[in-house]
Design a protein around this ligand. Sequence first.
Ligand code: SF4
Length: 351
Amino acid sequence: MNRPAGAVDTHLSPSLFSGSLGTEPLLAVDNLHVEFTTRQGVARAVNGVSYSLDAGETLAVLGESGSGKSVTAQAIMGILDMPPARIPKGEIRFRGTDLLKLSESARSQIRGQQIAMVFQDALSALNPVFTVGWQIAEMFRVHRGMGRKAAYAKAIELMERVRIPAAKQRVNDYPHQFSGGMRQRIMIAMSIALDPEILIADEPTTALDVTVQAQIMELLAELQRESNMAMILITHDLGVVADVADKIAVMYAGRIVENAPVHDVYKNPAHPYAKGLLESIPRVDLKGQELYAIKGLPPNLLDMPTGCAFHPRCPYKQDECVTEVPPLHQISGTRSSACHYWREVLDGTAG
Ligand code: SF4
């Protein structure tokens, strides 16, 4: 499906939700549940996820495929196919308003204009039959009512802002004429075109080589600083978030298993899964040594393990882990862990 970044399906929507925030965060996901009905049964992809985001803040949501991180983001954007998806419980409050209670037309006004998304695969998200300039300009024509010439001038300006070399000459090129990194820059340009308050970047660097990955992350951080935009960065790679994120929500099997300021997780994770992810990051000082990998596979959402969903892979598993689902223990004002043995994990005596 060609799905332009921040695609909005209404015309000319002026500014939307601009109420005062008071003590409410800019975005609050509260006890969100998302399930999918399949022929084999009901897959509970998101099980009671809560997180929040303030203006200018970056939250990294980390986890393997199937952990629920992208499904949560799609629920925030309102782009889940329902059915087969269903949201039986939870709230997604943006500026204090529960998005789940809004009509589709109200949600479509927020989508792209106040909350925008950069998708992983720029080639399939961009429309191959339109020039990149046309696709960026269309955002301004549809949502800001600009004429063709002014919209193209804005498109060039945005291409320059995301550092596409020779933007004026390349504005009439098609997506396939750009490299993967440049296409991702174009996606980013489209997503920030309408000055969103929140940018959701779903694995924005996965398909790119390491050097280009670093450049894209740098670009996102710079754009965020310039506009005080909040960002949710979805990734499976703990290595890419250290310099960009303020806090991390680590997800496993549809739940948040550790929630903490980024430096706390790097210094000393409070959940064995987060610890495993940290140990899996390649390190130059360990050159020649075998890279650590978390053993086993993520669970089947249609047949979840009993107790702690991570227990079949956890090196610290105890009998209790097989029968009792660990609650999300509040460790401090800013940190929580869904492990029965978080204290032992933190002080290194677990197992
Ligand atoms: Fe491991 Fe048990 Fe903690 Fe789950 S609750 S992460 S199995 S120690």
